[in-house]
Design a protein around this ligand. Sequence first.
Ligand SMILES: C[S@@+](CC[C@H](N)C(=O)[O-])C[C@H]1O[C@@H](n2cnc3c(N)ncnc32)[C@H](O)[C@@H]1O
Length: 288
Amino acid sequence: MENISYDKTGKIDLNGIYNNDDPVPYFSTLSKLGYRIPEEGKPIFERLIAARREAHEARETKLIDLGCSYGVNAALLKHGMEMDDLYRLYGEDAPHETALVARDRALFAEPTDRHLEIVGIDPADKAVAYAVETGLIDAAVAANLEKADPERDDAAAIAGADLIISTGCIGYVTQASLARLIEAAEPGRPWMAHFVLRMFPFAPIEEMLAEHGYVTEKLDGVFPQRRFASPEEQAHVLDNLDRLGLDPTGLEASGWYYAELHVSRPPADAGLPLDTLVEAGERAPVHA
Ligand SMILES: C[S@@+](CC[C@H](N)C(=O)[O-])C[C@H]1O[C@@H](n2cnc3c(N)ncnc32)[C@H](O)[C@@H]1O
């Protein structure tokens, strides 16, 4: 990759690909880095959606995707796609502008899970507008909940949520956004599932969630997120992990970021342990 700069956490600065008129720069850049955490999350999110439906005896499910970008998790969970499909659809030879929008509106017109309503939240207003316009997601909140409470209409879009998920987003967001989401989701008591890079401690979020009556479990094992973009990025991350006392052997030392899965539920819903719930799914995580 050319002209790499780094953010304050030592990651490459990807702001240039997060908010363009179409998803091509996003997917064509991340495909080069092997970005795959939404794919890793897919079978687990599907299990959680099924378990939530069972537990609440309700098929209609409202899922909030925090840091949704162009509706990446929606493409996988609501429209039956894989990351490889998205990388193919949004390669550098993808159609342009109105032709791309027209193709995608046709592509996403018939969701594979029509009972799953997805509300995407992301300050990248052009990205979420694309996701709504093409039918990838049902509604969007283009806001930064780190900084302020949601506006009235945005809070209405979040109200009654059943699940809140994120991939590749914690680090940009903290417990501040999640506390605002819990409040806006009332009367819902949404389950949460966040894939979090090992270098971002989850403890402050877990403490806030406990204050709101949530029980958090971390799934055993780790999930590959993407390759490092440069030896410098890897060195920054190894420094971060060293400061946290985490051993990168066989993981980040081998050239990839790794994430962990944290699932939080109200105690009344947390009877079935997370590992049992996930084992019923198709794929197990990589064990370090
Ligand atoms: C690595 S991308 C992940 C996108 C998507 N979840 C995926 O896995 O492909 C990080 C996303 O977090 C978003 N983001 C940054 N700051 C945010 C904030 N304060 N609240 C919500 N999303 C934020 C970015 O705009 C970007 O879309």
